[in-house]
Design a protein around this ligand. Structure first.
Ligand code: HPA
Ligand code: MG
Length: 220
């Protein structure tokens, strides 16, 4: 876990009035935690760091595994940045990127449900003997990632590297540390940039902290 950006517990965030937020969602947003442009900037550096690590290992191809649904936006931006470095003639290496997808579900309302469901694993045989980069949106307890990793290991990949956009500081963490992390954030429920609350807010661009009213408005 190198060079991760630490957002402190006492960081107040930004007033949402300064950002483009759809009017019907405005009362559901407490503060903007990370503006969209800053997420994009950070992803470029993550792509650089991942590229260097993969080139160092002399890999020829990489299975870039998107953990749906939450990681879809992060995955698209990371893949674009990774491909840009990969295509750059002055980069010291090149590898093929093979996109793969898997779907997990564990959240309802703002708490993790006991069970992690894994869907779309029928063709995980494709990762046998491959270097896999798992692209996840957020790690909090670490439970979901450990379950996913043990599922992946049963298909005997050559190596598994985990990158997540956010790591939440929570007392419920089992101590799991991914290889690459975008931002370490306080223990608050976030929405936007594909993070949802009961499937709402995924299309909001900045990463925001949900308000009490938002939790109430969109409760299942
Ligand atoms: N927001 C959305 N989904 C999540 C979160 C969060 O804060 N933590 C874990 N899954
Ligand atoms: Mg997720």
């Amino acid at each position: 876990m190198k060079n991760c950006i630490h957002i402190p517990d006492d960081f107040a965030g930004f007033d949402p009035c300064g950002f483009c937020i759809p009017q019907p969602l405005a009362s559901s947003i407490h503060r903007v935690l990370i503006p969209h442009g800053m997420i994009k900037d950070r992803i470029k550096k993550l792509a650089d760091d991942i590229f260097k690590a993969l080139v160092e290992e002399e890999v020829e191809s990489v299975s870039l595994l998107c953990v749906l649904k939450g990681a879809y936006r992060f995955y698209a931006d990371l893949q674009e940045s990774l491909s840009a470095v990969n295509a750059n003639e002055s980069s010291k290496g090149h590898f093929h990127i093979i996109p793969e997808f898997i779907r997990l579900k564990s959240y309802e309302n703002t708490s993790s449900q006991g069970e992690v469901k894994i869907m779309g694993i029928d063709d995980l045989e494709k990762i046998r003997g491959k270097t896999v980069v798992v692209v996840e949106d957020i790690i909090d307890t670490g439970r979901t990632m450990r379950k996913l990793l043990s599922t992946l290991e049963s298909h005997q990949p050559k190596k598994v590297i985990v990158v997540c956009l956010l790591r939440k500081r929570t007392p419920l963490s089992d101590g799991y540390k991914p290889d690459f992390v975008g931002f370490e954030i306080p223990d608050r429920f976030v929405i936007g940039y594909a993070f949802d609350y009961n499937e709402y807010f995924r299309d909001l661009m900045p990463l925001c902290v949900i308000s009490e009213k938002g939790i109430e408005n969109f409760k299942e």
